[in-house]
Design a protein around this ligand. Structure first.
Ligand code: HEC
Ligand code: HEC
Length: 368
């Protein structure tokens, strides 16, 4: 099976950019152009490497890996072709295997004909190009034309790192996690809420984000192993590893692990004590949660950008404002950032106390 049968047409790199991107670019030129371009009125190049990322971190080996891949990938593809390796075949197995886990039971016959998976991904691709690529880039590396004006940057889906997920740290996000992000957006960042997009389309675009992420992880792991061993890595082994990681995220351990405990003054005080002592949240967030702890200025995120602990008094929580959202983020931490997960060192009851203290910091009165 050819990859082209899963994703009927790869987005074109330049020239015939989809209408959504043109819209984005025009918007940006009108809005940001006068401030940012300073006379450089070049058309944005859809998939071009983001120069600001390239120059700043080029000396740091770990961070270089965050750069857009086009160059390395081209040589990888050429090498694979020379050696007659069927990388597309591996990728197709990965993507269809993963989608089968979700859609297989719906229609075996359709799945066998490839058209069902292909159809969902194709629908997701169209939505993605229209709604997401302006920020996240066509290939998902987070370097879309708008990216350089945004802080935090749009997520690089190829870096196997997501911030908000219900699987334990180090796992891959589940479909529900991505769906939650797409539906609710990430408050306090440029990531919009897509509530108005029909639910089916949101499911499809989530499927496409998974495709871009799985593809990125496969290609990047292949590059890294090849780099480390000095010889071309075995695509079958890489496929197996990537498959295993994404499959494990389907395993049903979700947090919160226990129902919410009583939200009362005692719980808030226990939370305060943990926050400023045993759990040491104050080192980063400060004693009063303003995000001004002694280490607050010293961090970078996994994508190489400076990051500060959140001011917890604003009441803006990217992972959501439901108590269970706050629980999840405190228990699991935030992937790719210094924010650690508290679950290893604290009991679920203690984490609820922390949730209640954090809610208290936002000025919310005890509601029960
Ligand atoms: C205006 C720019 C913009 C657009 C358009 C946009 N995003 Fe985002 N997106 C962001 C930013 C910025 C972040 C990173 C926020 C952060 O790090 O807290 C992000 C993060 C994400 C994440 C990562 C969440 C995590 O747990 O790490 C996902 C998934 C995502 N976006 C999906 C989408 C999808 C799907 C679309 C289109 C339907 C889309 N985005 C459109 C800016 C955008
Ligand atoms: C090593 C520094 C560090 C420590 C320790 C730390 N945090 Fe954080 N925390 C951060 C950073 C950085 C962010 C912002 C991440 C981002 O913007 O993506 C954050 C964000 C948060 C958020 C916002 C989540 C959201 O949905 O937006 C909450 C709530 C939070 N931390 C609570 C805690 C609690 C409770 C503790 C102690 C158990 C703690 N943090 C310990 C660095 C830290």
């Amino acid at each position: 099976m050819q990859l082209s049968r899963v994703i009927p047409s790869e987005p074109s790199r330049r020239g015939s950019a989809p209408a959504g991107l043109v819209f984005w670019a025009l918007g940006l030129l009108v809005f940001a152009g006068p401030f940012a371009c300073k006379g450089e009125s070049d058309q944005p190049q859809w998939d071009a490497a983001d120069a600001t990322r390239k120059t700043e971190f080029v000396d740091d080996e770990d961070l270089v890996r965050d750069l857009p891949f086009a160059k390395d990938l081209a040589s990888l593809a050429a090498f694979a072709a020379e050696e007659e390796w069927d990388l597309d075949g591996n990728l197709v197995d990965l993507v269809t295997g993963e989608s089968e886990a979700r859609y297989g039971w719906e229609s075996r016959a359709l799945l066998d004909s490839d058209s069902f998976v292909g159809w969902r991904l194709e629908s997701g691709r169209r939505t993605y190009e229209r709604e997401c690529a302006g920020c996240h880039a066509l290939n998902g590396d987070g370097g879309g034309p708008a990216a350089q004006y945004l802080f935090p940057r749009p997520r690089n889906f190829r870096k196997r790192e997501f911030k908000f997920q219900s699987a334990p740290v180090g796992g891959r996000p589940r479909r529900e996690d991505l769906m939650r992000t797409v539906t609710k957006g990430l408050v306090g960042s440029a990531m919009p809420a897509f509530r108005l997009l029909p639910e089916e389309k949101r499911h499809d675009v989530v499927e496409y984000v998974r495709y871009l992420s799985i593809r990125g992880e496969f290609e990047q792991t292949l590059l890294e192993w090849t780099d480390l061993d000095g010889e071309f890595a075995d695509p079958d082994e890489v496929q197996e590893l990537v498959e295993d990681r994404w499959e494990r995220s389907n395993n049903p351990v979700t947090v919160p692990l226990i129902a919410e405990t009583d939200f009362d003054q005692d719980s808030i005080e226990r939370g305060r004590l943990l926050f400023t002592n045993a759990a040491a949240c104050n080192g980063c967030h400060g004693d009063t949660g303003l995000g001004d702890g002694p280490t607050a200025d010293s961090f970078r995120d996994a994508w190489g950008y400076p990051i500060r602990p959140r001011d917890l008094t604003t009441g803006q929580f990217r992972a959501g404002i439901d108590p269970s959202d706050i629980y999840r983020v405190i228990a699991n931490g935030i992937g790719g950032t210094p924010m650690p997960g508290a679950l290893g060192n604290n009991t679920p009851e203690e984490i609820w106390d922390l949730v209640h203290f954090v809610q208290h910091l936002t000025g919310k009165e005890v509601s029960r």
